[in-house]
Design a protein around this ligand. Structure first.
Ligand code: CO
Length: 145
């Protein structure tokens, strides 16, 4: 089969203090935030740092009932998930489900930056939460700089 994944969209890192993390990436690596967004449906704030055509996504919870708050409590700061670009999220999700893999989203839903996303359960994917990301025409990542 052809790969469903076209590029790495983002590597998401859960942090307790997003401003401290943003400052560390800037001061230590010279890497700067290009987009910041509150994703109210997930109860998180994210800051995107561009690396080539991909992003580092710093994530911190806005609420105690956010899954990222639970993650930080159980596992501490660190890698939270990897987002891969796909041509069509609904088709990719259907293809993944057809293999019997467990998913967290039965149907695609809106993500940040106008993307359409769905998560694959980490129990199916060797411990790493995987996000399938379909960009919209307006998504910043599609503008090559
Ligand atoms: Co993500």
């Amino acid at each position: 089969m052809d790969s469903l994944l076209t590029e790495v969209d983002h590597v998401a890192i859960a942090v307790r203090d997003i401003d401290a993390a943003i400052a560390w990436y800037a001061e230590t690596l010279g890497a700067r935030v290009v987009h910041r967004e509150e994703v109210l449906s997930d109860g998180v704030v994210e800051a995107l740092i561009k690396v080539g055509d991909s992003y580092i996504q710093l994530l911190t919870p806005l609420r105690d009932d956010s899954t990222v708050a639970t993650f930080l409590e159980r596992r501490g700061e660190g890698l939270h998930h990897v987002g891969y670009r796909v041509r069509n999220c609904a088709e990719a999700l259907a293809a993944v489900k057809a293999t019997g893999a467990r998913v967290l989203d039965e149907v695609p839903r809106p993500g940040s930056r106008g993307t359409t996303i769905a998560f694959v359960h980490p129990k199916s994917s060797f411990g790493t939460l995987i996000e399938l990301v379909e960009e919209s025409a307006q998504t910043p990542a599609t503008t090559r700089s």
